[in-house]
Write a protein that binds this ligand. Structure first.
Ligand code: FES
Length: 107
């Protein structure tokens, strides 16, 4: 299990123990974390699972694919240097303790 903290749009945080190999989107949706829509179910075509990765730890997350970079151009909330699609980030032991912030809107 990999401990990840999700900061919801309301400002409240939820700490989850995510099974290794699960995407952060999958963990958030399965556990009722607010603010991730995930319309495409993780197929990297909708961009409604946009999150901000803790900037201090951004380098520890595997870099985005070309497809993800393209989709990030179309996110509804402000795109930042630490913007990522949470369906494309897999829980690995290296990410233990990571904080993910969910933007106010996805669509
Ligand atoms: S769930 Fe659709 S792009 Fe992530």
């Amino acid at each position: 299990m990999v401990q990840i903290t999700f900061v919801e749009p309301s400002g409240s945080s939820t700490e989850l123990n995510v099974p290794e190999g699960w995407s952060l989107m999958q963990a958030a949706v399965t556990n009722g974390v607010d603010g991730i829509v995930a319309e495409c179910g993780g197929s990297c075509v909708c961009a409604t699972c946009h999150v901000y990765v803790d900037p201090e730890r951004l380098a520890e997350v595997l870099p985005p694919s070309e497809d993800e970079i393209e989709l990030l151009d179309g996110v509804k909330a402000e795109r930042r240097p630490n913007s990522r699609l949470s369906c494309q980030i897999k829980a690995t032991p290296e990410l233990a303790g990571l904080t993910i912030t969910i933007p106010e809107c996805q669509t």
